[in-house]
Design a protein around this ligand. Structure first.
Ligand SMILES: *[C@@H]1O[C@H](CO)[C@@H](O)[C@H](O)[C@H]1NC(C)=O
Ligand SMILES: *[C@@H]1O[C@H](CO)[C@@H](O)[C@H](O)[C@H]1NC(C)=O
Ligand SMILES: *[C@@H]1O[C@H](CO)[C@@H](O)[C@H](O)[C@H]1NC(C)=O
Ligand SMILES: *[C@@H]1O[C@H](CO)[C@@H](O)[C@H](O)[C@H]1NC(C)=O
Ligand SMILES: *[C@@H]1O[C@H](CO)[C@@H](O)[C@H](O)[C@H]1NC(C)=O
Length: 464
């Protein structure tokens, strides 16, 4: 009898375990089915959840390891966060390319695969010209949810009392998608604290958040310079890109000559946007395998590298004003720690990928030994300059100042993960150590000097 009982107990326990295991597998498979396999390669069109996969299960989850101060005697006293706007619609230029591709396929693609049937009959061209880069509902949620998570991480800073006493400052780029993101962030905080009687406030400051438009040297030498992105153009006609185009043409069954790089990329963007905006694993995604996506990801990274990253020195230098402004806020908070009264406890600044990349580059992060070029795709497989990881929608760089008995300390968080300073072994170093590290930039890096155009009339100025 005892034998039977224990056997049946074992059986029950085992089947319980099995049911659990199978239900996990089933859930995983279900989640996976909604996420395109290539979603981790979408670069600046990537979803924040791909960078922090634990958010797929619970969008308000905070990771426990980040919740603790550097030591029990430290308290957080100031936060400056530089945040990219949330998920947005495509621009006019990309909408046009996607429409061109769609009509080409409707007319000429001969493939009889199921996904092709889906594209031709079930999928509708829903992108329109007037969407032009605006924030989508998912983009509002990106910021609402980020606000709630940051309030959970730093309850003493992003607190109800600090909100009510205007000790939290909101600054944004003038672009609609950024202003709307800033409002959504504030809504997130209000909903977290059940605040219903407060209005929204923000200060538009393009000097800080769109410095790239105002740096004439950058605009002239890089932005409007047809040869500045030569490496990107060369990569468009590289063997790697050609191979991808041929594979896509083969899958669609259209002649190779019909599928340009722009149209190939448009198919990739259709997959990326359908997913980022509607959380759909669209039939367009079936056109690509991982190796194709890696090539298209590299093409996007090459562009960012030469236009916003280490490619040209002016890219990083254009962010000097923002860099100085951040350290001015930190200096102010450090001085106020002594008097025991930090007046501005948090600054939430919303901008663009084009705001974050030059700043990260100025501060020497994600610098590979070998530059990214059109000819070293294979060498760069393990590169650290990878926008899919660093600047997805709602990407954020947080400067977190702690008051500690031995002096103030500074921690950096990129997308809610600790970002270690180069050449400093302490993960949360003393503020003075960080200032020492960036001494040259703090004493120099003058926007006017870096960004004004050289006067051709003045070739002998240095001798005067
Ligand atoms: C923007 O910020 C800069 C740097 O802090 C400041 O000098 C400037 O006055 C601000 N502009 C506006 C319009 O607030
Ligand atoms: C454009 O970029 C190329 C490549 O960096 C550079 O040699 C050239 O001087 C730039 N032209 C202008 C007008 O800045
Ligand atoms: C802290 O500073 C604010 C603004 O300057 C002031 O209103 C408040 O009285 C100060 N509090 C203390 C405790 O000094
Ligand atoms: C870090 O050290 C390396 C070599 O040790 C040096 O090339 C680099 O400039 C240093 N970076 C900073 C930010 O000081
Ligand atoms: C020199 O400067 C003057 C006035 O700013 C301008 O009109 C002229 O075109 C410049 N000459 C050259 C060669 O840049």
């Amino acid at each position: 009898m005892r034998d039977i009982l224990s056997k049946s107990f074992v059986f029950t326990a085992l089947s319980f375990v099995l049911v659990r295991v199978f239900s996990y597998i089933a859930e995983d498979a279900q989640v996976a089915a909604n996420v395109p396999q290539i979603a981790v390669y979408f670069g600046t069109k990537g979803r924040y959840e791909e960078v922090n996969p634990h958010l797929k299960d619970n969008i308000l989850a905070v990771s426990k390891s980040l919740l603790n101060p550097p030591s029990a005697d430290c308290t957080a006293v100031h936060l400056t966060a530089i945040i990219r706007h949330g998920t947005r619609y495509p621009t006019k230029k990309n909408v046009k390319r996607m429409k061109d591709l769609y009509s080409l396929i409707k007319r000429e693609a001969k493939s009889t695969e199921q996904w092709m049937e889906d594209i031709k009959t079930n999928w509708k061209m829903w992108y329109t010209d007037d969407m032009d880069g605006q924030l989508v509902n998912k983009g509002k949620d990106d910021h609402k949810h980020l606000a709630i998570r940051l309030a959970k991480y730093f309850p003493s800073l992003l607190s109800k009392e600090n909100l009510r006493n205007n000790r939290i400052k909101f600054i944004t780029s003038s672009k609609h998608r950024c202003v709307d993101s800033s409002l959504a962030f504030q809504q997130g905080l209000y909903s977290h604290y059940d605040i219903t009687d407060m209005g929204f406030n923000h200060e538009v400051n393009d000097t800080l958040m769109r410095f790239f438009d105002q740096c004439r040297r950058f605009v002239e030498d890089v932005e409007n310079n047809k040869t500045a992105l030569r490496e990107v153009d060369l990569f468009k006609s590289s063997a790697e890109m050609k191979r991808v185009q041929e594979k896509i043409a083969d899958r669609l069954e259209v002649p190779y000559s019909r599928l340009t790089t722009d149209l190939t990329e448009a198919a990739f963007f259709l997959c990326a946007y359908d997913f980022a905006i509607k959380s759909e694993n669209s039939p367009w995604c079936q056109l690509f395998d991982d190796s194709d996506a890696l090539v298209l990801e590299y093409k996007n990274d090459l562009k960012q590298y030469w236009k916003r990253g280490y490619g040209y020195d002016i890219n990083r230098k254009s962010s000097c004003t923002l860099f100085h402004d951040i350290f001015r806020r930190l200096d102010q908070a450090v001085n106020e720690i002594r008097s025991g009264n930090v007046t501005e406890v948090a600054t939430i600044q919303v901008g663009h990928a084009e705001t974050l990349l030059p700043l990260l580059t100025l501060m020497d992060f994600f610098k590979d030994e070998v530059p990214l070029t059109s000819s070293n795709f294979a060498v760069q497989e393990q590169r650290t300059f990878r926008t899919s990881q660093t600047v997805p929608y709602a990407a954020n760089l947080a400067f977190l100042l702690y008051k500690c008995p031995e002096g103030p300390r500074l921690q950096l968080l990129l997308n809610e993960k600790a970002l270690d300073f180069n050449n400093i072994s302490d993960p949360v170093p003393l503020y003075e150590v960080v200032r020492e590290q960036y001494k040259a930039l703090l004493n120099g890096c003058d926007f006017q000097t870096e960004c004004e155009l050289l006067n051709l009339n003045c070739s002998k100025c240095s001798e005067l």
